[in-house]
Write a protein that binds this ligand. Structure first.
Ligand code: ARG
Length: 461
């Protein structure tokens, strides 16, 4: 073969070796954006026709060819070829096979640099909407579960030590708040994704009288990028997506870690449904919380995707550099990971059984009511520091005797402080301890209900 037959082969005399070509190709992964690539081309060619840069007839022929490719893509009959390097050149080559040399007019006033950026904006915009909606599903599951468990008592922990009894509903609503912030972050991420790079061309814009507002509108973007160099080299919207996803995965991972603990023999607070558990190939008794462990484990790859792209970007001079081709696989991987993790999490929570009695019982065989006693004394006028010291001493005594504060007879309490009356036992009850924490945002039942009501209203919008 004489010269180089690539779309860009004019100034080349020799072929690229096959293995070198394979190194440079992205068709293996960027075909995920095949639909977006066609949509971008349809908008571009419509604009070329409207502005008179090409004739209406040419625009129509190209558009019809692109629409046919879109149907073939949906039918699964399009085949891509690695020798065409990426999705953009594959599509142009398929279009040429279909409609002949007029296909060559499609790339007027456009470069693959603005084309690939446009594809990624379109792709991520769609995915962000899906993720926000999956987050909403998860938040709905949490609110429903929290509502069922407003009065379910569990030990609240600090340092993984029993600290104070809390409502299980309150614990769940803490995650609701985290996922709400995640949702807000992804929604904000949409603003920077909803911008059109199309028409920036290779880097400097074009001499053709293009209409960037028209293509932006046709593609449903809110505005075109203001600077052509920025348009082709900006990947902040993907970095924002990857950092938002990292924070989300960190939240999911913390929750999974708790669920894994709660499933253990030591806690037995929850039982996961068989649908979300797996067994062991050797130990017949095992029922493992594999799905929760996997979400926790997959958090690592999402952090990796973020670090990967940050590193790709850190020394890139303006504007486009081929390094930017490395922006895709991490983004696709994170989209897949986040999407499936959110679905698994919602399903796992929806089908999980909460062992209410065990949860509550574990707050009656501990000292998580010690603060209640200190508060009781402080409320009767004793300086809190003194109350703290008295109760600390009593906890020590109880520990030596192997009893709990609620087992101490009133006479023994009186020895410590005559402020203590028979009503102390009610105060020491964990249900009461939770009910009485009515400070704003506290675990008191009314406060938890208030949070739930607010959440329900928010979820309506
Ligand atoms: N496959 C390339 C990418 O993903 C498309 C843009 C190529 N542009 C270029 N000037 N080589 O980034």
């Amino acid at each position: 073969m004489v010269g180089n037959q690539k779309l860009w082969g004019g100034r080349f005399e020799a072929q690229v070796a096959e293995w070198v070509e394979a190194f440079g190709a992205s068709i293996g992964f960027d075909q995920k954006m095949a639909k977006q690539d066609l949509e971008g081309s349809i908008a571009h060619v419509t604009m070329l026709g409207e502005t008179g840069i090409i004739s209406h007839e040419e625009s129509f022929t190209i558009k019809t060819g692109l629409m046919e490719l879109l149907s073939e893509l949906e039918a699964g009959t399009l085949n891509f070829d690695i020798s065409n390097e990426d999705i953009h050149m594959n599509m142009e080559s398929l279009l040429t096979q279909k409609i002949g040399p007029v296909a060559g007019k499609l790339h007027t006033a456009r470069s693959r640099n603005d084309q690939v950026a446009t594809d990624m904006h379109l792709y991520l915009k769609e995915q962000l909407h899906t993720i926000v909606s999956l987050l909403k599903d998860l938040r709905q599951v949490l609110v429903a579960l929290a509502e069922e468990h407003v009065e379910t008592i569990m030990p609240g922990y600090t340092h993984l030590q029993h600290a104070q009894p809390i409502s299980f509903g309150h614990h769940l609503m803490a995650y609701y708040q985290m996922f709400t912030r995640d949702s807000e972050r992804f929604t904000f991420n949409l603003q920077h994704t909803d911008v059109s790079p199309l028409g920036a061309a290779a880097l400097a814009g074009t001499t053709f009288p293009i209409d960037r507002y028209l293509t932006s509108d046709l593609l449903g973007f809110s505005a075109p990028y203001a600077n052509s160099l920025d348009a082709v080299s900006d990947r902040d919207f993907i970095l924002e997506f990857l950092s938002n996803s990292s924070i989300l995965m960190m939240h999911l991972s913390r929750f999974c870690e708790e669920i894994i603990n709660w499933c253990s023999h030591e806690y037995q607070f929850v039982t996961l449904s068989d649908t979300f558990s797996t067994g062991s190939s050797i130990m017949p008794q095992k029922k493992n919380p594999d799905m929760a462990e996997l979400i926790r484990g997959k958090t690592g790859r999402v952090y990796g995707d973020l670090l990967g792209l940050l590193t790709v970007m850190k020394s890139l001079p303006l504007a486009y550099n081929k390094d930017l081709q490395e922006d895709k696989e991490g983004m696709f991987d994170t989209v897949d990971t986040v999407t499936v993790s959110l679905k698994i999490m919602a399903g796992m929570l929806e089908t999980m059984t909460v062992n209410k009695d065990l949860m509550e019982t574990s707050t009656t065989k501990d000292f998580s009511n010690a603060t209640e006693l200190a508060d009781y004394l402080a409320a009767k006028g004793l300086p809190f520091r003194e109350a703290h010291a008295i109760v600390g001493h009593m906890v020590l005594e109880c520990t030596k005797k192997g009893i709990y504060l609620q087992d101490v007879p009133l006479e023994d309490y009186k020895v410590q402080s005559d402020l203590i009356e028979a009503d102390v036992y009610e105060v020491l009850d964990s249900h009461q301890a939770v009910a009485r924490r009515q400070s704003l945002g506290g675990t008191g039942f009314d406060q938890v209900l208030w949070q739930i009501e607010k959440a329900k209203t928010d979820l309506l919008s």
